[in-house]
Ligand binder design. Sequence first.
Ligand code: C2E
Ligand code: MG
Ligand code: MG
Ligand code: MG
Length: 291
Amino acid sequence: AAKDAGRDQFHLHTLALDEAVQAESEMRVMLQQALNDDRLILHYQPIVSSTGNIMGVEALIRLQHPEQGLLPPAAFFSALDHPRLARPIGRFVLETALRQGEAWRREGLVLRISVNISARHLLDARFLDDLREILANHPDISQNQLEIEVTESAPLIDMAGAQVLLGACHRMGVRVALDDFGTGNASLTYLQQLHPQSIKIDQSFVRDMINDPKDLAIVAAVITASRMLGLDVIAEGVETAEHAALLTKMGCSHLQGYYFSKPLPPEAIHAWSTRLRPILQVGDVSTFMAI
Ligand code: C2E
Ligand code: MG
Ligand code: MG
Ligand code: MG
């Protein structure tokens, strides 16, 4: 009987595996089709400085599904790093975001543009050429207006390779941000070896800092380290006035989250950026000060 149970378990296990493989390949097909059919779009989430002014935006990909509507990256996450898709998607996102940055600039709005780059595209031998080519196509965007976000949660198997690549980006003038900081196994190694210009504190720490002194201590330590190193520090997942006030009080230079704005379609950014300043100056900034 034990043997039968074992066999059943094995059978169940392979079934679950089959399903996972199936789901992955469905995601890949869905993403590939969306790319072919021009159904990928970018939304942009404002990043504000501690005075409440818009400093830049993060480009976030969405998939327009014929039946299911607009899908977030969670619906196709693993496919973003697929060997055949990571590079075309990365090129699409860079190209689209820089073109949008130029359009804003023509309207008088100069924003830093942050773009998420998958580890696979970053480590692709053609990545630097892609970056150079796309920047050259958008001469109205200065190199240091672009920031590439490299996530810590997907382990960079090739640290030495990443170091060389990000060093080359830096020499080109392109900024590097460590995304989801604190969620990887080697945050301090990343910080030490990859020489980023920005650190993005993962939203899990921001969410929990209110109730958990350990998370608060980590947030405070990351802010202090960033200041000592002369880096921008961006808190992600700022959802409440309390979050914003506490982070500002601790000296966090930049904030991003639903409290300020959800990711928006590009045409909504200009109006948002001109509307924000008075609202914050009247209410929230003085609230920050009072704490
Ligand atoms: P991320 O780079 O850490 O982006 C931040 C995510 O947090 C976004 O989710 C954003 O919508 C969400 N967010 C922002 N503020 C708040 C808040 O106050 N509360 C909460 N709960 N969430 C907030 P989104 O757009 O679903 O993207 C998820 C992840 O997908 C991103 O995490 C990034 O890792 C990846 N991703 C997004 N766009 C791209 C892309 O163009 N290329 C690649 N390779 N990955 C991307
Ligand atoms: Mg990001
Ligand atoms: Mg993040
Ligand atoms: Mg994240």
